[in-house]
Ligand binder design. Structure first.
Ligand code: ZN
Ligand code: ZN
Length: 395
């Protein structure tokens, strides 16, 4: 839609140009409007500075392209797609089996630097030495693990014979950004749709195991719905031991007057777009403008070969505010949300296309009271961006 508008304005200028003399303005100012046809930036905040996971590594790799050399948060579709379709190396074993990784290539070494989950967690292969391979990963230690390294990046040694290479699906891939709390679905090399999510939230040092570890994973098992205390989590797909991608949880609520039971998403849905879970990745149930939600992931992603998921860490990262000229949309006839696009799955056709306003006006009347739409993932308000930056991990 944005592009159509741009093209329209370029055409308008082209039509009007002959009416003006070129003495005041350079004529080629029209031609400059080169279209950037990469990902739609209406859906992306940008980082203040970009970091690669590699920047934290003691030993760096010499791969042309790999997860560890991607700028986290940068929507470079070509590079991301290469990574999403690359095979992965995993430690052979059962889905929930975890392996402690020693600091030295030595059977007697008891200094463990991290934990890797077998079968679903990819390891970054750095170099071989004798029977051993130096690998890198983010530690998948769980609550109660003997190795108290939670979601931290580490390098350590694995017996080479335990490693195996696994091919991944070539049609779809997922990117989860822990800073932005967005899940991006890639299809055939392009960003297809953007969803809101909630990854794990460590309130304090005693709940560090709630952090969702970054890294590369496979959607290893279609588990289905499960009960977590009072919450029901539908469409669970395992990506890392106890960590699943599932629908934002719902809860049965009883009306105190009528006794009528209803299923409500209220409690968890309002936290989508920020960290809130115990480690799982909650994703939206509302349809994105492209028609994607948690159920869609369940119905459409590949079980064999598995779809790859990459998770960007938020360590030492900060979001920048979007440009004030960024267009947002609302329905002036009683709409309560603001949207990223002029049409949205949550707005009735008769109110579309919606009315545009700019991000810079968002904190003014009448936009001040609008909430971010839970379907089309519009950029958060500036105070929410400050909050996301506060919730990101700092060294
Ligand atoms: Zn590499
Ligand atoms: Zn919307």
């Amino acid at each position: 839609m944005r592009y159509t508008k741009r093209i329209f304005s370029v055409l308008l200028v082209l039509v009007l140009l002959p009416l003006f003399t070129f003495s005041e303005e350079e004529p080629d100012s029209v031609v400059w409007e080169e279209e950037d046809l990469s990902a739609p930036d209406t859906l992306l905040a940008t980082d203040v500075f970009y970091h690669t996971p590699n920047e934290h590594s003691a030993v760096m790799c010499d791969h042309d392209v790999c997860f560890w050399r991607l700028d986290m948060g940068r929507m470079d579709e070509a590079q991301i797609w290469k990574v999403l379709t690359q095979p992965v190396t995993v430690i052979d074993g059962k889905q929930r089996e975890q392996v402690r990784i020693p600091a030295e290539p030595d059977d007697l070494c008891r200094n463990y630097v991290g934990v890797v989950t077998c079968a679903s967690q990819a390891v970054h292969v750095l170099r071989e030495e004798g029977d051993w391979t130096l690998i890198e990963a983010y530690s998948s230690s769980e609550e109660g693990s003997a190795v108290k390294v939670f979601a931290e990046q580490f390098q350590g040694w694995v017996k080479t014979k335990r490693l195996k290479q696994v091919e991944v699906d070539q049609h779809y891939g997922l990117v989860i950004d822990k800073l932005q709390q967005r899940l991006y679905v890639f299809k055939e090399g392009k960003l297809f749709t953007t969803m809101l999510c909630s990854t794990g939230f460590a309130k304090d040092k005693t709940t560090l195991f709630h952090e969702t570890p970054a890294g590369e994973y496979l959607m290893i098992s279609w588990v289905g719905g499960f009960q977590a205390e009072t919450l029901w989590c539908a469409y669970g797909i395992r990506i890392n031991s106890g960590i699943l991608i599932h629908e934002v949880p719902s809860r049965e609520e009883v009306n105190s007057k009528t006794g009528e039971k209803t299923v409500s998403y209220r409690r968890c849905e309002r936290y989508l777009g920020e960290k809130a879970s115990h480690g799982c990745v909650r994703v939206q149930r509302q349809l994105t403008p492209e028609g994607v939600n948690a159920k869609w992931l369940w119905d459409n992603l590949s079980r064999n070969p598995c779809t790859k998921v990459i998770i960007w860490d938020d360590l030492d990262r900060d979001l920048a505010y979007p440009d004030d000229s960024l267009l947002l949309y609302y329905n002036p006839n009683g709409g309560e949300n603001y949207h990223s696009q002029p049409t949205c799955s949550l707005v009735r056709d008769k109110f579309e296309p919606m009315t545009a306003f700019s991000y810079g006006e968002l904190d003014q009347k009448p936009y001040k009271k609008l909430s971010p739409c839970p379907g089309c993932a519009p950029m958060p308000r500036k105070d929410k961006i400050d909050e996301l930056n506060k919730k990101s991990r700092k060294h």
